[in-house]
Design a protein around this ligand. Structure first.
Ligand code: AMP
Ligand code: GLY
Length: 426
């Protein structure tokens, strides 16, 4: 059978790599794909940007199912469109994808359904937002409402920083956020203390199948310093998600979300990613929802997944997730992202990439922002590669990933030296 993956990042390379391992799969198309998916056996890149034409392609090629990587096509309604054409696709509808595409929608939803999250208010009027900051007088987080590709969130230690963030977002749109019809909005919420984790599940409308836990490293520099990025590295499993925390997150966050969406007449299908803040007592609160897999969390998660992913996605599309149990490699997987110089603000692209280590059972280099220029592989995006390794312990996975990474060279490459530090410190 043939499969289509929509997207071009490391997450999509990992999805395509994993799907191609299914004995039933002959070909995985990746639209548009990257330099990694261009060069792998059984994968083929497709230069078809329009949803309509992708649907035509799936009909013509008899594609068995489509899986969507990034949020933008989901928020644009790719799932609604494919379903209208009776094509099998895994992801949330445009309406359900609002859990990610609108922070105001997500916060309102959580409040209505009693899902633990930080106290918040939403504003369109700068004067009211400034008054609220003065009144709260505590550490706050200011978030632009709308898709901002991981930017547009300012953690403000002082009221002055929060005031400045409101001006940037409501008056100047400094982060270039895509606004809804009613213009710029900001969500201002209390700062939560604790350790973050990524909790990702598959949802078939009513039933839920959790993936292995993971943890991302969102800041650019070691020790979680510097600007926020799309993610500089990740590992799975995340020890902060103990069995007790896992049970609690399922009970207090995931199930009420899935039931709440169904009760609102907006049933959720697809991957659902809850970004959690877990405090010392093991209470988890939701920082955000994403309506997709995480990047780079997917890379270590899929390195550990032993089950046939085609079988899993089929069950999810057919509403049969209760019939499945996932098999996991007991080892730890860890991914280190290599980014272009100037990332995240202004990545400088086009440099030649050399020294990629050969893939092995315990080492894969997933491509993100790369392209093939003849026989030369070049950087073509802010995040370039995710060097992903398996090891019997987190330390061993880390050593293996960094040993692979040290063979790779491109001009101005940036990477963190400390991926996994929180788990090692425990
Ligand atoms: P978001 O896009 O909402 O997940 O925010 C991006 C990052 O900002 C998160 O991964 C956290 O590191 C941080 N963050 C967001 N909201 C909060 C909060 N209420 N308290 C503490 N940190 C936060
Ligand atoms: N790694 C964070 C995300 O995918 O949103």
């Amino acid at each position: 059978m043939k499969i289509l993956v929509i997207g071009s990042g490391g997450r999509e390379h990992a999805l395509a790599w994993k799907l191609a391992q299914s004995p039933r799969v002959k070909k995985v198309f990746v639209a548009p794909g990257n330099g990694g998916t261009a060069a792998m056996p059984h994968l083929e890149n497709l230069a078809i940007p329009e949803i309509e034409r992708l649907a035509d392609f799936c009909v013509a090629e008899d594609v068995h199912l489509t899986v969507v990587g990034p949020e933008a096509p989901l928020a644009a309604g790719v799932v609604d469109h494919f379903r209208e054409r009776r094509l099998r696709i895994f992801g949330p509808t445009r309406a359900a994808a609002q859990l990610e595409s609108s922070k105001a929608y997500a916060k309102d939803f959580m409040q209505r359904h009693g899902i633990p999250t930080a106290q918040h208010r939403t504003f369109t009027d700068p004067a009211q937002a400034h008054a609220y900051i003065t009144e709260r007088n505590c550490a706050l987080v200011v978030k632009a409402d709308g898709l901002a590709a991981g930017k547009g969130v300012v953690v403000a230690a002082t009221p002055d920083e929060a005031h400045a963030a409101v001006d940037d977002m409501l008056e100047r749109n400094t982060y270039g956020v895509q606004h809804g019809e009613d213009g710029a909005r900001v969500v201002i919420e209390d700062f939560l203390e604790g350790e973050e984790a990524s909790f990702i599940v598959l949802v078939d409308g009513t039933r839920v199948l959790p993936l292995a836990s993971s943890q991302d490293h969102k800041r650019l520099r070691d020790g979680d310093q510097g600007p926020n990025t799309g993610g500089m590295g990740a590992y799975s499993p995340a020890p902060v998600v103990s069995p007790e925390v896992h049970a609690r997150v399922m009970r207090e966050i995931i199930m009420p979300t899935v039931q709440g969406m169904a009760a609102d007449g907006n049933p959720y299908t697809g991957f659902l990613y809850a970004g959690l803040m877990i405090d010392r007592q093991g209470h988890a609160r939701t920082l955000e929802f994403n309506c997709r897999l995480g990047d780079p969390e997917t890379q270590p998660i899929l390195m550990r997944l032993k089950s046939d992913l085609v079988h899993v996605l089929d069950a999810a599309i057919d509403g049969k997730l209760d019939k499945l149990e996932l098999q996991w490699d007991r080892r730890t997987a860890l991914a280190v992202v290599m980014a272009a110089p100037g990332y995240p603000e202004t990545p400088r692209l086009g440099g030649a990439i050399e020294g990629l280590p050969a893939p092995a059972e315990d080492l894969q280099v997933f491509h993100a922002g790369t392209r093939l220029d003849g026989n030369v592989l070049r950087t073509a995006g802010g995040r370039v590669l995710a060097v992903t390794a398996l090891g019997d312990s987190l330390r061993m996975a880390q050593q293996r990933a960094y040993a692979g990474l040290r063979q790779i060279r491109f001009e101005g490459m940036q990477f963190r030296q400390d991926i996994g530090w929180r788990a090692l410190k425990r």
